[in-house]
Design a protein around this ligand. Structure first.
Ligand code: ATP
Ligand code: MG
Length: 404
């Protein structure tokens, strides 16, 4: 399927400039808005929070909930095309929008990503065609399914099927008693129990797929998580075994194709020890939008994940991104805004920015909390050694624990 692109700077019959809209006003929405504006689009954000990071920088900010009929009507009226930055936007709201405007990704694709049970079923189907499969798992929706969980899934991680992020809605369980207690604790909502795997490494792949089926991809990035939250992403040639890189890109492309996906999609993978030299790839989960692990693309690639989101939703051509510098991204969590005594502070940005190749991105959030994503720091440079040394020095200044 192809359609006429929404061209940047185009004056619409309404007399307004071509406007792109986004459901959700978080930092991903903010960086999307900034990319759209750089290209000459007007932007509209729908988010109830008057101080939302994206709302603060958008031409239009519709301050309603995701399911507010008037809010959705305003968004449709303002925008030529609509995307989402938050994967828990109710799929029915996207369905409503999609009946009147191009919405990328579609309500259907977002609905699959929103539900771990549907998501894993999709991964299993894709793996049958030769891709990477998910960790061994069982869906737990009833007492009977809880009782029927096979022993080999323990120890495991119980994850709510819906609404989890940054390790929230998850519990590690060692045995059946802990599993039953954790499910009780979660209010007996639909969950999946995943076997706890010995991870050698984690990586993710970001692709963009156009309405015409063309797929472009960023090089897989290597991710370090701490307490279930992304801490560090490193990307450079040779960072991951070539076999894994190839497999992960092919698997992600298949996942996008089989969903008839339009937009930017991130798929996260585990590397587990299978006795081979490079380990085996296991698919973890997908995000129907740009991803935290792709923030380095803002400074290290010739086209960022947010620009590709703009292009895909507007029906513009996609071009294969090129990594032009080795990159390390440090996530800046709210913890850094407090000293050892728990007193609020502003991190020493002057010292960090004195290091060559550091690019600071703060999201405009007024209050810092432990674990809250306040911004990220991208480090680029001429060589891997240099970039890693600078990133380590920046981490030391900021109080981020060393990683290897
Ligand atoms: P996100 O913020 O990425 O959406 P999430 O809350 O959806 O996070 P997951 O990606 O499922 O959580 O898990 C978070 C992290 O927990 C993973 O990146 C990994 O480090 C660890 N983890 C999750 N599942 C497993 C598993 N089956 N075995 C081992 N470690 C796991
Ligand atoms: Mg994850």
């Amino acid at each position: 399927m192809s359609r006429k692109p929404v061209l940047p700077g185009q004056v619409m019959p309404s007399g307004q400039l071509a406007t792109l809209g986004v459901m959700g006003g978080g930092q991903l929405g903010r960086m999307f808005v900034q990319a759209a504006q750089e290209m000459g689009y007007f932007t509209a954000v729908l988010d109830a929070d008057p101080a939302s990071p994206a709302g603060l920088v958008s031409h239009y900010h519709i301050e309603t909930g995701y399911e507010d009929e008037q809010g959705l009507a305003q968004l449709m009226q303002r925008c030529e095309a609509i995307t989402t930055e938050f994967e828990n936007v109710p799929a029915p709201a996207l369905m409503t929008l999609g009946a009147h405007r191009p919405v990328a990704p579609s309500a259907n694709a977002v609905a699959v990503a929103q539900d771990r049970i549907a998501e894993k079923a999709h991964f299993v189907a894709c793996a049958q065609a030769g891709g990477a499969g998910p960790a061994p798992y069982a869906a737990i929706e009833t007492e009977a399914l809880l009782q029927a969980v096979p022993d080999n899934l323990l120890p495991g991680i119980l994850k709510t099927a819906r609404l989890g992020y940054d390790g929230k809605g998850q519990a590690r369980v060692r045995d059946r008693a802990e599993l039953a207690a954790a499910w009780e604790q979660m209010g007996r909502v639909p969950c999946v129990l995943e076997k706890l795997l010995p991870l050698q490494a984690e990586l993710s792949v970001i692709v963009a797929r156009g309405a015409d089926g063309q797929v472009v991809h960023f090089p897989p990035q290597r991710n370090l998580h701490r307490d279930g939250i992304l801490a560090v992403t490193e990307v450079f040639e040779g960072n991951l075994p070539a076999e894994l890189v190839q497999q992960a890109v092919a698997a992600t492309t298949a996942i996008a194709h089989q969903l008839l996906y339009v937009g930017v999609l991130c798929v996260e993978y585990f590397v587990i020890d299978d006795g081979s030299t490079h380990g085996a790839l296991v698919v973890n989960e997908m995000a129907p939008r740009p991803h935290n692990s792709g923030h380095y693309t803002l400074n290290a690639c010739d086209v960022s994940q947010f620009e590709l989101q703009v292009r895909a939703m507007a029906g513009l051509p996609l071009t294969q991104p090129r990594l032009h510098s080795p990159a390390v991204m440090l996530n800046l969590l709210g913890d850094l805004w407090f000293d050892d005594a728990g007193q609020p502070r502003t991190p020493d940005w002057a010292a960090v920015l004195a290091l060559p190749g550091t690019h600071l991105h703060l999201y405009g959030k007024l209050s810092a909390r432990a674990g809250r994503k306040m911004g990220h720091l991208n480090v680029t440079g001429a060589t891997v050694v240099q970039v890693q040394a600078t990133a380590r020095r920046a981490a030391e200044i900021l109080g981020i624990a060393p990683w290897h």
